[in-house]
Design a protein around this ligand. Structure first.
Ligand code: 13P
Ligand code: SF4
Length: 329
């Protein structure tokens, strides 16, 4: 149950509200303050840290998370955590990756139903069939997959390192799963022949080249940054393509006057807080899976120490190797 918005609670959370006031109306803050205050106390009591993906909403991203980032950063940072418990504010494959890299720690996901259309598009049996069809061709698997699929792979990649990983193999042909558009975008960048799978991100597949042209017409001078899960024709119309972290980095380095992040909605809110001098145009595509994670569910996870992520040891061992190989590149 949330605490009433007392003068004490208001004073304790005032500095946090100051951080997000440009994206959260003051009338909404009392609905968040009690959970935020309770979560900050629970983190200390439970020896827990919160890792949050860049698509989490601003009250999570800016007010309770200890570590934020893209999939690659979250995987790397998960390995450095000292606390006994990691709460992963993101989708299930991210929590599984954190558990793979920290088998001795307790990893909690506030809603185990927070999935991903890419992870749901492929099974371990599909990967085995592809290997039979293309003997000897290395298999690169996007981290947006289950541990069982990772276990069938030679190496993992994220949107932040996909090009580097494919090039590191030195092979003329690779199987890259399951994101068809990411694979096509990487094939175009590297010239490597890539066998694809028909998986798509339900957020990024909805953007079209026409959307980008209309944005440019409606907002002269706008800089267009697109995620590589977008279809190739969208990437072709954009000024820059990169992971969520690479887009944030671009805004920080180049400080464009006007920008559109062709990706999930909440990213623009999170980045706008840090870059008040930039105008963000926001075509809004929400990830329904990322939005399953809320402050009340994070609080509940810490109160009950649920839902704990477990991975079958027979799957965990080969899946961990595929993720570790990626981190070594
Ligand atoms: P990043 O790795 O670029 O953060 O993107 C992964 C993703 O789409 C999360 O849903
Ligand atoms: Fe999966 Fe797309 Fe949602 Fe990311 S944004 S979790 S890739 S459905």
């Amino acid at each position: 149950m949330s605490l009433a918005y007392s003068p004490d609670l208001m004073a304790r959370t005032a500095a946090l509200y100051d951080r997000v006031k440009s994206v959260i109306p003051s009338i909404e803050w009392p609905a968040f303050a009690g959970d935020i205050d309770a979560i900050l106390t629970l983190k200390r009591e439970r020896d827990a840290v919160i890792l949050a993906h860049n698509y989490q909403t601003p009250e999570i991203f800016h007010c309770v998370a200890d570590i934020v980032g893209d999939s690659l950063a979250l995987a790397r940072e998960a390995m450095k955590v000292d606390a006994g418990t990691i709460v992963l504010a993101g989708v299930h494959f991210m929590a599984e990756t954190a558990k793979l890299l920290n088998p001795a720690k307790r990893v909690l996901i506030p809603d185990p139903g927070a999935g991903c259309s890419l992870a749901a598009s492929i099974t371990a049996a599909d990967v085995r069939l592809l290997r039979q069809r293309y003997p000897g061709v290395p298999v690169v698997t996007y981290v947006n997959t289950s541990a069982a699929v990772k276990a069938e792979s030679d190496i993992c990649c994220t949107s932040g390192n996909a090009r580097k990983i494919v090039e590191s193999l030195g092979a003329p042909k690779v199987i890259m799963l399951p994101d068809e558009y990411l694979a096509q975008n990487i094939a175009a960048e590297t010239g490597v022949e890539i066998v694809t799978w028909a998986g798509h991100c339900e957020v990024h597949e909805r953007f079209t080249a026409r959307d980008i042209r209309q944005l440019r017409e409606g907002h002269p001078g706008i800089v267009v940054l697109a995620h590589p899960e977008c279809p190739p024709e969208v990437v072709g119309e954009s000024d820059f393509t990169g992971s969520t972290a690479a887009m944030i980095d671009y805004v920080g380095r180049k400080r464009p006057a006007r920008v559109v992040l062709v990706t999930e909605c909440s990213m623009s809110d999170n980045v706008a807080v840090q870059h008040p001098g930039t105008e963000f145009i926001r075509p809004c595509n929400l990830c329904p899976h990322m939005k399953q994670i809320t402050l009340p569910k994070i609080r509940h996870a810490l109160e009950t120490m649920q839902h704990e992520v477990t991975i079958d040891p027979a799957v965990a061992e080969p899946a961990r190797r595929a993720v570790e190989r990626m981190l070594e590149v």
